[in-house]
Write a new protein. Structure first.
Length: 567
């Protein structure tokens, strides 16, 4: 490796070190130049402070382990998203949030509870959650959480016990320095608005805005880079790191924070048009689907409806159909079912086909509507292709509720009790323990009558009447199973037919939207958390270990109140 001047000896780098640093993208160009930069203590100090793992666009667990000796993790905020399907982790630099690559998880460990011997997701069993966290950070992420700053998307619909229990795990077991909780629906709103703002900018510059298409594949040019943050004019990405953020005079500090809200953060939210954002966020998770109304930029968790069907239920149906057709299958496993789900499932796009299938599914639907398809190792039968009907067909949902796979997957719902969709009733534990036949019949009836379009409709009906028209026009899908081909069109057509049958809003316009970049739609909550940390100062919202030791669980219970997990 040649230096800048003749006869001057320069440092040599091992192939591993050089290959790792070659992954650095343009944001670090002025600071890293292995071939020609002379050694400088000032530059080394600056590099040591500024580089984060987030600067790498294609990091893997092995890369993170190798880089542990080069890059200081204490300069990063650990972004942790806890889900029943997977744990997602990313590191965000405290000193320069613009030094980020993709707003997608850098590391995602799928089903960590299975490696610990558990057959089903932990749900709210925090003993299993604690085991999974210890297992992940000890054996995979190789990150010691002691004295680290954590950011966790966690809904305020969880009760105070959930916050205090999770706080005990983080502060007592892992001894983290501070933690911040944010409302997931608010975080998803940020990433949706940021993408809408980009589309408006592209339109203003005369560039063609690509419409969302289900068959559009992700490409490197479609990836969302944090350097593309929305700004005004030519000032995008040019703000100096050392310039202090302006404070709002007279504004009280956030509970647990260290200062008032930054003025530039609220200005950025106004640029995103957050305070005029009214929509329904439909998040399709692994075990349930939530419908949260957002009015003028404020999520309303109290009006959130839950549909207890998710991506795992689709996997279960495909898996059961594989077992029924063993002669055509080379690999019968849940992994094969997930591949089949991601490749293609039955979600017709035309309104006529949607209406015909949902209304007459209890009879024999036309064969041309449901066709089997081939994987390289399995043949997926037509009955498995129709697995998404549990979201739209009452008959198909009713049949699925009788299966053993549903009962095993939703053991938590049966043991702990949950509110029935479409009703305000809550089934307590004591009632479930007795398990009278009348309770089982009412539960099955309530779930069979409810479909996802029905739950969305009832959620909107509980909102103020002057916002309902706008809510119907702005329904946004997020979550992993929402990117299934044709799902958005199918939901829009089914919802239209459902509203028509109700004879309300005869001239109503219904629009179901998806984020143009599929990966951001799949990881909307995580991506929104990433974007939140770019806009806001983490230290204004953190709960430190000292606060926790002084006030105890009460400081965690305060943030569980509605409105405390926004901005």
């Amino acid at each position: 490796m040649k230096g800048q001047g003749e006869g001057r000896k320069t440092a040599t780098y091992s192939p591993i070190t050089e290959s790792l640093y070659l992954k650095l993208k343009d944001p670090l160009g002025p600071y890293v130049n292995l071939g020609s930069s002379p050694p400088s203590s000032e530059k080394k100090k600056k590099l040591y402070k500024r580089i984060s793992f987030s600067s790498f666009s294609n990091t893997t667990c092995s890369d993170i382990q190798k880089l542990n000796s080069y890059l200081p993790i204490e300069n990063n905020i650990v972004l942790l998203s806890l889900g029943n399907y997977s744990f997602k982790v990313g590191l965000i630099n405290k000193y320069d949030c613009k030094l980020q690559s993709l707003r997608v998880p850098q590391m995602e460990l799928i089903e960590p509870w299975k490696e610990l011997g558990y057959a089903h997701p932990p749900y709210k069993n925090y003993d299993i959650v604690e085991e999974c966290l210890f297992h992940c950070f000890s054996n995979f992420y190789k990150i010691n959480l002691k004295d680290k700053d954590l950011f966790i998307p966690f809904s305020s619909t969880n009760n105070t016990h959930d916050f205090s229990t999770l706080g005990d795990i983080l502060f007592d077991t892992f001894q983290v320095q501070s933690v911040t909780f944010r409302e997931p629906s608010f975080l998803s709103s940020l990433i949706i608005l940021e993408n809408l703002a980009k589309e408006r900018q592209e339109g203003q510059h005369g560039r063609e805005v690509l419409l969302y298409r289900d068959d559009q594949k992700d490409s490197p040019t479609n990836c969302d880079h944090a350097g593309d943050t929305v700004g005004t004019g030519g000032e995008k990405g040019k703000r100096e790191l050392t310039s202090p953020r302006k404070k709002i005079v007279g504004r009280e500090s956030y509970p647990g924070g260290q200062g008032p809200y930054p003025e530039e953060c609220l200005a950025n939210l106004q640029a995103l048009n957050l305070f005029n954002f009214t929509a329904i966020l439909v998040n399709i998770g692994s075990t349930k689907t939530t419908c949260t109304p957002v009015i003028n930029g404020i999520p309303l968790p109290d009006l959130t409806s839950t549909y207890h069907i998710g991506g795992y239920d689709i996997d279960n149906q495909i898996f059961d159909e594989m077992k029924k057709n063993k002669s055509y299958q080379k690999d019968i496993s849940m992994e094969a079912a997930k591949i089949a789900k991601e490749k293609r499932v039955f979600t017709p796009k035309s309104r006529e086909d949607c209406g015909y299938l949902s209304l007459l599914y209890d009879r024999n639907p036309r064969n041309y509507l449901v066709s089997s398809f081939e994987l390289h190792f399995n043949k997926i039968s037509s009955s498995a292709v129709a697995s998404t009907e549990i979201f739209f067909s009452p008959c198909h949902l009713g049949n699925y509720l009788k299966t053993e796979s549903y009962k095993q997957l939703h053991t938590y719902d049966v043991n702990e009790g949950f509110p029935l969709s479409g009703s305000g009733s809550w089934i307590p534990n004591s009632t479930i323990t007795e398990s009278p036949p009348s309770w089982k019949a009412s539960l099955s009836s309530a779930l069979t009558e409810s479909t996802l379009p029905c739950v969305i409709y009832e959620t909107i009906q509980r909102c103020p009447i002057d916002t309902r028209k706008e809510l119907f026009q702005n329904i946004y899908l997020t979550g992993g199973s929402s990117i299934i081909r044709g799902f958005r069109e199918r939901l829009q057509n089914e919802l239209y037919d459902f509203v028509k049958r109700k004879n309300f809003y005869s001239n109503l316009c219904i629009n179901v939207h998806g984020v143009r970049r599929r990966m951001l739609q799949k990881y909307a909550t995580y991506s929104g958390a990433h974007y939140f940390l770019e806009l806001f100062d983490y230290h204004n919202y953190q709960i430190t270990r000292a606060d926790y030791q002084e006030c105890g669980d009460s400081i965690l219970e305060r943030v569980s109140l509605q409105g405390k997990l926004l901005f």
